[in-house]
Design a binder for this molecule. Sequence first.
Ligand code: PMP
Length: 387
Amino acid sequence: MTALQRIQAALAAREAESLLRVRRIVDTPCAPHVRIDGRELLAFCSNDYLGLASAPELAAALTEGARRWGSGAGASHLVSGHYAVHEALERRLAEFVGTEAALSFSTGYMVNAGIAAALTGRGDAIFADRLNHASLVDGALLSRASHHRYPHGDTAALARLLEASAAPTKLILTDSVFSMDGDVAPLAELFALAERHDAWLIVDDAHGFGVLGPQGRGALAEAGIAHWRVLTIGTLGKAAGVSGAFVAGHRDVIAHLMQHMRTYIFTTAASPAIAHALLTAIDLIEAGDARRATLRALEQQLADGLADTRWQRMDSRTPIQPVLIGDNQAALDVARALWTRGLWVPAIRPPTVPAGTARLRVSLTAAHTAADVSRLIETLGDLQAPA
Ligand code: PMP
């Protein structure tokens, strides 16, 4: 077989096992009601938690940003691509999450791929929750530090690993809100362990920023944790409705990251028009208590609606509301049955989640209505829950 034939055989095998990843072509903006192949669908898939991705204020800000700044940065930040609007955005982000400084990136993947290597190296040790996002796993591998994965949320296991480690630099790495489970990491305990073992604590708040904490300032603000040893990562393509990401913390730590993060140094800066739009997005998040209240009400409605049914909603107080199915094929069958009835809810299977825990990943947004959530509850009610 040639190299091409080998990848063709691998693709065919994936398809035969129903593991081929496919993408749908969406014909309308990101919103609960979308059109695909001429069909209207009610979607519970996006991370657009506050419903800002198609907000007219942000489309206007993006247009205004492009008029003021053009379309491209033209270079990386450290060469000539760092504009006054990037600087203003970083200051605003730092102030918003309650830190001294912040560094902005084009995506969260870039922050997560580069951050561990800037703080650790060979001989150091990273301690990571087993359910962390794939981008944090990739970043830990790039760092060349030893990578210890503790059972999900198990701070006792983490404490044992930290005690047994003689590494000069230790780093604890966790999602705040776990993207496939919707649960929140035990941040206070993790911070206490970081203090006891002189470790860095890096919290990926991709799904908490804009959603949790006072005015949506994030999971660390909610937990009341602010310290030089803590770094918070936020993404700006989810609740903020645009794209991009940032890391925020002590000014000297951020200065160090600027010197050492390869995923910051060797890439073109995000468009200044995007940075301009993000300034408006942060204002909308800050003033977004009504949107967050809508979200909480919808979460409660879904929890109540599924409470006395055979559908097993996983315990979550965030907009990520998974329904556990277990079997891979059963999860696919339920997702297909919903699709046939005009509802788009993704089935998540291994290796994204552990074997035997395939699920529907329902995600709610402030743009959904009570009628939308009722329709989901009723449609699930009409379907047979897998035994
Ligand atoms: N961290 C987590 C927990 C995520 O869920 C994601 C994206 N799904 C990322 C990081 C990556 O962020 P971005 O999409 O901005 O690359």
